[in-house]
Write a protein that binds this ligand. Structure first.
Ligand code: SAM
Ligand code: DTB
Ligand code: SF4
Length: 343
């Protein structure tokens, strides 16, 4: 599939092929990415905003809703994650069973009524296992699609046949983050490899599901690690259609609990660089908004972020209040992508 066939967002009036003057490259080099990342900030933001406005002419922001359909008890050891079973005694996070199909669809329907056009379901699994639980997830995907929303899931590693079944159920996108650079990866996660991650992304791509993949900043990585993550994403044969940029939420009880908070300028640089490298992608200002004031969030949007998760909770950690987010968009005159009202 080419980049030009990558978008099917409801009501999204933007080019589906790169507009004149916007170049979609797959051969970036590390010095080039670093030179962008290190531009004087206002120059970087100007460049990113120019690319953004050329592609996303309506300049709307997509509101997405996130739900943890299966919380905690995960066998992986991701150093940032409160859902890893091995940190349970220090985080105190209670593991829960997979939610029922009706309760997930009820949450999806409320999210839609509140303005979400994308519903992302997250499960604290290392990988998907075939069986009744996966069958229920497929049912959730069908239900979310029937509500007229984009359905996204993040369930860990997938096989080819599972990716195919998710596609058949109507899944719009699969989220599977590379998180950081290949070099830094082993400091953060030991229970799976970078290659495992890339292989799942390839299976998602082959199944014809749109790819959502990004990372986290604030893990103690260097600027080169950040640039290498963006380089790996942007040198994929087809760019991810969706790139979430998370600032670490340093959760007490996880190995990364004492990491220094990410500075706004670093978040803005990362988002702007992602926008320039992957002009056609939705760049999502994801975790970490609780630590950001309104101006910082607006700067991220100026730098090319065009999606937010709304709702008081991400998966297990906090997020700004819905009314606060709506007030911010309202006062800044930022229009959300409209839900599909034909259903
Ligand atoms: N278990 C699946 C997986 O790891 O792919 C899906 C759920 S996992 C929680 C989804 C993503 O959330 C992770 O890849 C990571 O990028 C992000 N994440 C988890 N904990 C985070 C934290 N404390 N701060 C920021 N992002 C986090
Ligand atoms: C992504 O990149 N960020 C979201 C979504 N994809 C699944 C998850 C953020 C989780 C933050 C920590 C938590 O709330 O547990
Ligand atoms: Fe498990 Fe995903 Fe958390 Fe890693 S990020 S511990 S795989 S839930």
């Amino acid at each position: 599939m080419s980049d030009s066939a990558a978008h099917d967002f409801h009501g999204h009036a933007h080019f589906t092929a790169p507009p004149p003057g916007v170049v979609v490259r797959h051969d970036w080099t590390l010095p080039e990415v670093r030179a962008l990342y290190e531009l004087p900030l206002l120059e970087l933001v100007h460049k990113a905003q120019s690319v953004h406005r050329a592609v996303f002419q309506d300049n709307k922001v997509q509101l997405c809703s996130l739900l943890s359909i299966k919380t905690g008890g995960c066998p992986e050891d991701c150093g940032y994650c409160p859902q890893a079973a091995r940190y349970h005694k220090d985080t105190g996070l209670q593991a829960e069973k997979l939610m029922s199909v009706p309760s997930v669809l009820d949450a999806a329907s409320k999210a839609r009524a509140a303005g979400a056009t994308r519903f992302c379901m997250g499960a604290a699994w290392r990988e998907v296992k075939d069986g009744p639980q996966f069958d229920n997830v497929l049912e959730m995907v069908r239900g979310v699609k029937a509500l007229g929303m984009e359905a996204c899931a993040t369930l860990g590693m997938l096989t080819d046949s599972q990716a195919k079944r998710l596609k058949e159920a109507g899944l719009s996108a699969y989220n599977h983050n590379l998180d950081t650079s290949e070099d830094k990866y082993a400091d953060i996660i030991s229970t799976r490899t970078y290659e495992d991650r890339l292989n799942t992304l390839e299976r998602v791509r082959q199944a014809g599901i749109s790819v959502c993949s990004g990372g986290i900043i604030g893990l103690g990585e260097s600027v080169d690690d950040r640039c290498k993550l963006l380089l790996t994403l942007s040198n994929q044969e087809v760019h991810p259609e969706s790139v979430p940029i998370n600032a670490l939420v340093a959760v007490k009880g996880t190995p990364l609990q004492d990491q220094k908070p990410v500075q706004t300028v670093e978040m803005v640089r990362t988002i702007a660089t992602a926008r320039i490298l992957m002009p056609m992608a939705m760049v999502r200002l994801s975790a970490g908004r609780m630590q950001m004031n309104e101006e910082a969030q607006l700067l991220c949007m100026l730098a090319g972020a065009n999606s937010l998760f709304f709702g008081e909770k991400l998966l297990t950690t906090g997020n700004p209040e819905y009314t606060q987010d709506m007030a911010l968009l309202e006062k800044a005159g930022i229009r959300p992508l409209e839900p599909d009202t034909s259903r």
